[in-house]
Write a new protein. Sequence first.
Length: 300
Amino acid sequence: MRAPSRSGSGVVRANGIDLCYETLGDPADPALLLVMGHGMQLDAWDRAFCELFVERGHFLIRFDNRDVGLSTKLVGVPDIDAARRGDRGAAVYGLEDMADDAVGLLDALGVGRAHVLGASMGGMIAQVLAIRHPGRVSSLCSIMSTTGDRAVGAARPDVLVAIRSGAARTRAEIVEAQVETARVLAGGGFPFDADTVRSRAAHAYDRCHHPEGKLRQQAAILTAADRTPALRRLRLPAVVVHGADDPLVGVDGGVATASAIPDARLVLVPGLGHELPVGVHATVVEEFATNARRATAETP
């Protein structure tokens, strides 16, 4: 039986900004960097989910991306309409900057190489990290994400209408709006726990409510280049997990990601939407662990 997990936290200077992070497990174990999605803070990664990776022998690192949580907030108002047209000048920063943030965090923590797992926008950042810094990534796990090719990974139009509607202003309204958004994004194959979503949304609001940062992150996503050619040049163990019923990032985005990365494994989960419910945690951990073992086996 493994010893109880050790945890740590702090703020480090990385890539010219401050990044808030938390760690879990033994620093002597192989590092695993978790990269969260659009507008989500580090503790959107369920603690019990994180513990499963630690039990598999990993030193887990989770952090607030720039513009969310307790990390640095940037300035500038992006032109979202121009960003949707692909105008890179409309964004304050790009996914490349966010990937370099993650490498700066690894540098600050003294971590040379890490397994990298990202969800949604975090999957995009993880892909860019592997492309820009291949020597720092032991293995890649991309979840409910896509390649940047605008021909794949599109959201259902009705879902976009649903999540953009409303004008929540108060804490209570914003929390309930997030519960309804999560409900819309669920695939229907796993129980929807509204109380847990509500509790996390309230905690996130109290920890740091910063909608301006979400706009800048959205612009980074919208102006990202198609990563397909660069993904084809990757030479590392990779697994792509995607919900077969994802209404926000169409399943063809996951299929395209796995098709682009040589020898990547594709795992489609029936009934899973744009979500990481408790019922899928064991599957994700097992797929990640299997892929991470490939990295160990392929190390000379």
